[in-house]
Design a protein around this ligand. Structure first.
Ligand code: PMT
Length: 404
């Protein structure tokens, strides 16, 4: 790919040199563009040496001749010649300029002229990252279809700890290299992981879901160009770069988060293992150990998938079924009773599929009565199979709609 690497002025600018080298090693051509702020942190010559190309530093040809190609219309030519604009690190200031269309240097002018795919990897102080202004600006960029590779948590140069550290090079690379863009324009709402239903301040009811299947779906959808909102129960795995995370604990919180994001979404995948029951009441104090038998009274939790089935409109709705037998019958029953387009049924209880495992083997039940068996493969590969059948269903539905 022909990539423009925009580097803006933050301490993480030095990591952009490593990123440039990784892009080159993966076969891409890289044109580096440095803002004036970036030049305070790293010299253009570093990028010129790594990329074998002159580096663009200013909108007018004024900077050092060995590193600069600038001319007053160059941004138009550079925009037309490149397929992807990657801005890493992107400061809060650069993000604000992109969001509001300010064009006062080469990079922000190039951004406005750029017709191709845009990937932005922010890095900044944690308070700046969490500021409402930054959140709102990022939301504007996401709505434009740009992929945001969220920063990692860590110790920051300013001495604080929190989100703001430039994402790992591998994550940025993965975000850049997604080739099949068949989910571009879709907003996929995915639920993943278990829920925890509190018994008292230290105990809860939950299940063995690790979040791996749901996170693999999020990763695959992002790689295929989707905007992904990932509503996740408590898990210990890292979220995929670019996913908009909504962290919840209980089934009720998951239900509320799903319906808060329903309007935005065009595809919904309910992979979470939602607890079916919760304690009727949560004890305020830790329940003391005694030798007497105690009974726990349970109430059913909200059935999120069933409610989605009633309120989905024309969104594509995919549910899961975790079963210990009768896969076909259960998948068909859930497909109909929850008004889904697809049920992904998997056998749970075995050692190397279903819960916790890195692999899965699933049966897809489709609304036209068809069953598709997906043999054992990694959860990431299963995720791609599910998405391929999902997008076929979606385009079939669009065709039906247009022929009416
Ligand atoms: O997270 P991993 O370790 O990778 O494991 C993956 C998985 C086994 C959790 C996953 O593949 C899976 O099967 N997820 C669905 C688990 C489940 O709750 O299945 P179910 O048959 O009990 O529920 C059917 C459907 O209703 C599911 O889409 C579920 O999200 C939904 N549901 C269930 C209960 C409830 N109160 N509300 C719901 O929306």
């Amino acid at each position: 790919m022909r990539i423009v690497l925009g580097v803006t002025g933050g301490i993480a600018a030095y990591k952009a040199a490593e990123l440039a080298r990784a892009l080159i090693q993966n076969g891409h051509q890289v044109q580096a563009v440095l803002t004036a702020g970036a030049e305070e942190f790293i010299r253009p010559l570093t990028f010129a040496t790594l990329t074998g190309q002159k580096v663009i530093t200013g909108i007018f040809s004024s900077a050092s001749p060995e590193a600069t190609l600038a001319s007053s219309v160059e941004h138009i030519g550079v925009a037309a010649e490149h397929e992807l604009l990657l801005v890493a690190p992107a400061t809060a200031n650069a993000i604000a300029k992109f969001a509001h269309g300010l064009a006062d240097d080469f990079l922000s002018t190039l951004y406005l002229a750029f017709p191709g795919r845009v990937v932005i990897a922010p890095a900044m102080n944690n308070n700046m990252w969490e500021h409402q202004a930054t959140r709102a600006n990022l939301e504007i960029l996401r709505r434009r279809g740009h992929l945001i590779v969220d920063p990692d948590d860590g110790f920051l140069a300013c001495g604080t700890y929190g989100p703001g550290r430039l994402a790992d090079i591998a994550k940025i690379l993965a975000a850049v290299q997604g080739n099949n863009r068949d989910f571009a324009g879709e907003t996929v709402l995915i639920t993943a992981g278990p829920t925890q239903e509190p018994i008292d301040p230290v105990r809860y009811i939950s299940n063995r879901s690790s979040g791996k299947m749901g996170y693999a779906l999020a990763e695959a959808a992002l790689a295929r160009g989707a905007r992904v909102i990932l509503v996740s129960g408590p898990v210990s795995i890292d979220p995929p770069a670019g996913a908009e995370m909504v962290r919840v604990r209980t089934a009720q919180q998951m239900r509320d988060a799903v319906f808060a994001h329903l309007d935005l979404s065009t595809v919904i995948i309910k992979c979470a293992a939602v607890a079916d029951f919760r304690p009727t009441s949560e004890a305020k104090e830790k329940i003391k150990k005694t030798s007497a038998r105690i009974a726990l009274e349970l109430d059913p939790t909200p059935d999120i998938l069933a409610e989605l089935g009633r309120k989905r409109g024309d969104r594509l709705l995919i549910g899961f079924a975790a079963e210990t037998g009768n896969l076909r019958e259960e998948a068909r029953r859930k497909l109909e009773s929850k008004k889904c387009d697809m049920i992904v049924a998997n056998l749970v209880g075995g050692p190397d599929s279903g819960f916790e495992s890195d692999q899965n083997e699933v049966l897809l039940a489709l609304r036209n009565g068809e069953f598709i068996e997906i043999p054992k493969m990694t959860k990431r590969e299963v995720a791609d199979e599910i998405l391929t059948h999902a997008i076929e269903l979606k385009s079939g539905a669009a065709l039906e709609q247009s022929s009416k």
